[in-house]
Design a protein around this ligand. Structure first.
Ligand code: PLP
Length: 463
């Protein structure tokens, strides 16, 4: 069918018949609770509210673009994870997803532990009062200064990622007269993303020490031989935005096999295993994430079964969800600036942010949803691409979505599930001012990370 065959029809008809995306939801005004945080709803006037506050008030008080984080949802998710895993396991929140001092205090109050992967994250955690023994330090190239600081602070564990680091951490610990608790990060040959996993992934990546060619066993040998190290376990992290538990199953089996080999060779049963993070969340209505209790049961069943068959004592399990805790708790609020209908293609809707506040679409082809939130509308759905204001044609926030055809400049639209890896990966591209993060709870909103100002830009630029 040629485009001119239905010039008066819906302007997205041709694109739709190519079948790249699903049809619009029956009613664009309905907010799918899967992708919005728990206290989000529409008020009687049709405006979106979070924690009891309407987006119009939030926009007026805090401006746009801005991230609004549903604090009670965040806390509820922390509790769901720690309740699901119970007292015989440890939940470490992966701070790289989003970290601020307020977040650290919530984690502390809700009983979670914390993963950091840089000196900056460590400083934030310690400054906000997270006890050092509840912090784990990750990364493939921790600097000597970072390791020093972590050891001095009495950090709970350092996850060793290379042969050089085994020696470095041992020396630093000895110099401080301590035995540092460590785990060894192994690459189990499993790579998992969303609905697929590969059990024979090659070890061609920068993280971890390979299990397959005996390197991991050699790393264990060295760690056990060094006085400065207290090797408490083995760590594995297999990917991100994972829905299928099969990848974790293979990974857990291989990690338990390694524990059995260590027992056979050294006569020690390491007390812990860490199965990493990577659990998926709903970005669009098509995603069906598992609940924490299902994940906990699946993981502990696998580990228990594998340990029974290897005649090992079941180790203490830890997990490291980042996205699955903070991702669903926040949305980004934007104001619509310009609207460009491209006949026969789609309508480009430009917002006042873009790749500087959400790089995930450009970086990973990530999918997001979007909704008109300052009002409801009975207009027909129109196929849109939500784009930013940056000088880059890849500056796309939401690649394909439907918004009401009467959308107009000045309307507020929101992109849900932007709590993870959006503010933490935000940039100053085009000298954009990074947006604030505002925590909303029980009718109160407070800034936890303030908006950058032009003075901030000039202060860094020392001429
Ligand atoms: C990134 C990362 C996580 C968290 O991943 P999510 O997808 O946010 O759950 C956990 N552990 C390690 C080692 C990581 O690198």
């Amino acid at each position: 069918m040629s485009r001119s065959a239905h010039p008066a029809g819906p302007r997205h008809a041709d694109v739709l018949t190519e079948g790249h995306y699903s049809a619009p939801a029956a009613d664009l005004n309905v907010l799918d609770e899967k992708v919005w945080s728990r206290t989000v709803t529409r008020d009687t006037d049709g405006a979106l509210t979070v924690g009891g506050i309407t987006v119009a008030r939030l926009a007026e008080e805090f401006g746009t673009p801005a991230y609004f984080l549903d604090e009670s949802d965040f806390r509820a998710r922390c509790r769901a994870w720690s309740d699901a895993f119970g007292p015989d396991a440890d939940v470490f929140y992966a701070g790289k997803a989003f970290l601020s001092r307020a977040v650290v205090r919530w984690l502390k109050e809700e009983g979670l532990n914390l993963d950091v992967c840089s000196g900056g994250e460590l400083t934030t955690a310690l400054d906000a009062g997270m006890p050092a023994e509840r912090i784990a330090f990750h990364g493939n190239n921790k600097t000597v200064a970072e390791i020093e600081r972590a050891v001095e602070a009495g950090i709970g564990r350092i996850v060793l990622d290379s042969f050089q680091e085994i020696v470095r951490v041992a020396h630093i610990a000895q110099r401080h007269g301590v035995r540092q608790r460590v785990q060894i990060r192994v690459t189990v040959g499993v790579e998992a993303h969303t609905h697929e996993f590969i059990a024979t992934a090659h070890e061609d990546q920068k993280f971890g020490i390979a299990l397959a060619d005996g390197q991991a066993a050699e790393a264990v040998r060295r760690a056990l031989s060094l006085d400065g190290l207290d090797l408490i376990g083995v760590h594995s992290h297999i990917g991100s935005q994972i829905f299928d538990m099969a990848g974790f199953e293979v990974s857990a089996r291989r990690v338990v096999q390694l524990l059995a080999e260590i027992r056979d060779e050294h006569g020690v049963e390491l007390p812990e295993i860490d199965l990493g993070g990577g659990l998926g969340i709903a970005y669009t209505s098509e995603d069906d994430p598992r609940e924490p209790h299902e994940i906990a049961k699946a993981l502990s069943d696998i580990v228990t079964r594998e340990c029974e068959s290897a005649k090992l004592r079941t180790p203490r399990i830890s997990v490291e969800p980042g996205r699955a805790i903070v991702g669903p708790t926040a949305f980004t609020l934007y104001e619509v600036g310009t609207i460009k209908p491209l006949e026969g293609l789609r309508t480009y809707v430009s917002v006042d942010g873009g790749m500087s506040d959400n790089i995930r679409t450009a970086l990973y082809d990530a999918e997001y949803s979007v909704a008109l939130v300052s009002r409801t509308s009975d207009a027909e759905p129109m196929l849109v691409r939500v784009v930013g204001k940056h000088c880059e044609s890849g500056d796309i926030v939401v690649k394909d979505a439907f918004l009401p055809a009467d959308l107009a400049p000045g309307d507020l639209i929101a992109v849900p599930a932007t709590g993870a890896y959006c503010r933490s990966m935000a940039s100053n591209y085009n000298h954009a001012l990074r947006p604030p993060v505002v925590a909303v709870r029980d009718g109160e909103a407070r800034v936890i990370v303030r908006r950058e100002t032009e003075e901030d830009l000039l202060r860094l630029d020392v001429g």
